[in-house]
Design a protein around this ligand. Structure first.
Ligand code: EPZ
Length: 430
């Protein structure tokens, strides 16, 4: 296991390229199962979770090749990773095994496409994770409404979908992967499916646009009512994955906490409204150009309250990173986590760096300090790890972040990108 060692106190400076969005790439890779043939995916981020998804699909007979996109396909932007060729011509299985699902719960995203194309699936029930129980009851309830027979057998969800038909489905709470799974099951179902109270996260929209590029008929993209008219078949497609708004927000926090001057290149500006609003309220000067977001050194930070909400609200995936920033702001910041029941694992680690944070239920009160002191800290989940890196960049002295494999799941070339911005950061065996 590696650790990351940071000497804090250096204002970051320069440009950073924002990578493709992990939470768009994962469902889009799963969606390739819906159409036999060779797909080309551009701007897929080089992440551990992407490698896990390639293993998962590979076990079903999907073949991968890092290719060169036809000229002009990638829009001329120097995308980080080469285009990914995905060949789904010969599927040989319809199972997502326990050892893969326990590594990455987003493996559950193969459920919808397998039901759609194979009319059957055998997917391990994802267990809980550090941030919460994260049930999939709404995924299964929606599939049953579409005529899928669901049974639970030795920890596996077994789905039999010989009679897959359109249905009217209302989500009692918006669910990102639940909306994605049911949209993928619906595109080849008989008749029309309406998903109400659907998740509106931009990554759901990116999946919908990929499905449309394959020949799916979907109305209401980016809204909370998705109408999917089933078609007989879909065809393979070439698609460019959107940029990652959470990675962008993470680098915004790193720039702001070090009072740096950083330009985010390929930032998905339209998806950053809630995040940018809170940074501006906290006194971080921002300027925007198409696809570029500049963070400028401001005066002292002001504590602001945040409440995580489904999109377009402030994203739960930015809560830990913003809390790190607030630990050095003037005054108090009340942070309410409304999405997951246990997403304050980073608090006790931030406290080790000197942060003044009190938690009561789903509410954390941060009282800004003048300084943080470097110390060894333990990463517990993907975004908590990012929060500790951000705090370490500003803390006086040396911060060591242990168990950095969590970071590899969602941040491509994090150490290289921060080093290029002037951070004194290195990765080494723990
Ligand atoms: C997606 O997880 C993201 N993962 C998460 O990102 C993100 O934090 C989350 O959405 C919320 O935005 C991917 O897209 C791969 P949900 P997901 O279903 O779909 C409850 C990261 O850091 N719920 O929208 O699993 C659930 O318990 C990860 O990149 C049910 O009760 O989240 C939660 O309270 C972490 N029953 C709420 O809904 C269900 O059947 C929202 O969860 C499904 C969800």
């Amino acid at each position: 296991m590696d650790k990351i060692v940071i000497e804090g106190g250096v204002p970051l400076h320069g440009d950073v390229m924002i990578s493709g969005a992990k939470n768009a790439a994962l469902p889009i890779m799963a969606a390739t199962l819906l159409a036999p043939g060779e797909h080309t995916l551009i701007n897929v981020p080089p992440l551990a979770d992407i490698r896990t998804t390639k293993r998962l699909l590979g076990e079903m007979g999907v073949a991968f090749q890092e290719g060169e996109a036809p000229p002009g396909e990638s829009g001329g932007v120097p995308w980080e990773a080469p285009p990914l060729r995905v060949d789904t011509s010969n599927l040989s299985g319809w199972e997502a095994s326990y050892d893969l699902v326990k590594t990455m719960r987003a493996s559950v995203l193969v459920l919808g496409p397998l039901v759609g194309r194979e009319r059957r699936a055998r997917v391990s029930m994802p267990g809980g994770c550090a941030i919460g129980a994260r049930p999939i009851n709404l995924h299964l309830k929606g599939l049953e409404a579409m005529g899928v027979k669901i049974s639970l057998h030795q920890g596996y969800v077994e789905a039999d979908a010989k009679r897959l038909k359109g249905a009217e489905i209302y989500f009692e709470t918006p669910t990102v992967t639940g909306t994605e799974n049911l949209m993928m099951a619906a595109v080849l179902a008989k008749g029309t499916t309406r998903l109400k109270n659907a998740a509106m996260e931009p990554e759901v929209g990116d999946l919908a646009r990929f499905l449309v590029s394959m020949g799916a008929r979907i109305e209401g993209i980016d809204t909370d009512i998705l109408i999917i008219h089933g078609v007989k078949e879909l065809r393979p497609s070439t698609y460019t994955i959107m940029s990652d708004r959470i990675e962008a927000g993470t680098y915004m926090a790193a720039a702001a906490i070090t009072k740096g001057e950083v330009t985010l290149v390929n930032a998905p500006i339209p998806h950053l409204t809630a995040i940018m609003g809170k940074f501006i309220e906290a006194g971080v000067p921002l300027t925007v150009e198409p696809g570029r977001l500049m963070v400028h050194p401001g005066g002292s930070l002001t504590g602001v309250d945040i409440r995580t909400l489904p999109y377009p609200g402030f994203p739960t995936d930015m809560q830990a990173q913003f809390m790190a920033l607030m630990s050095l702001a003037r005054g108090a910041s009340v942070i309410t986590e409304t999405i997951f029941e246990n997403r304050f694992m980073h608090v006790s680690e931030l406290r080790r760096l000197g942060a003044d944070i009190n938690v009561s239920g789903n509410l954390a009160v941060v009282r800004g300090r003048r300084q943080l002191q470097g110390a060894p800290v333990m990463a517990t989940d993907l975004r908590a790890s990012a929060s500790l890196i951000i705090a370490g960049l500003a803390a006086q002295g040396t911060t060591e972040v242990l168990r950095v494999y969590h970071l590899d799941r969602g941040y491509a070339h994090l150490v290289e990108k921060l080093s290029a911005l002037g951070a004194r950061i290195k990765r080494m065996p723990a």
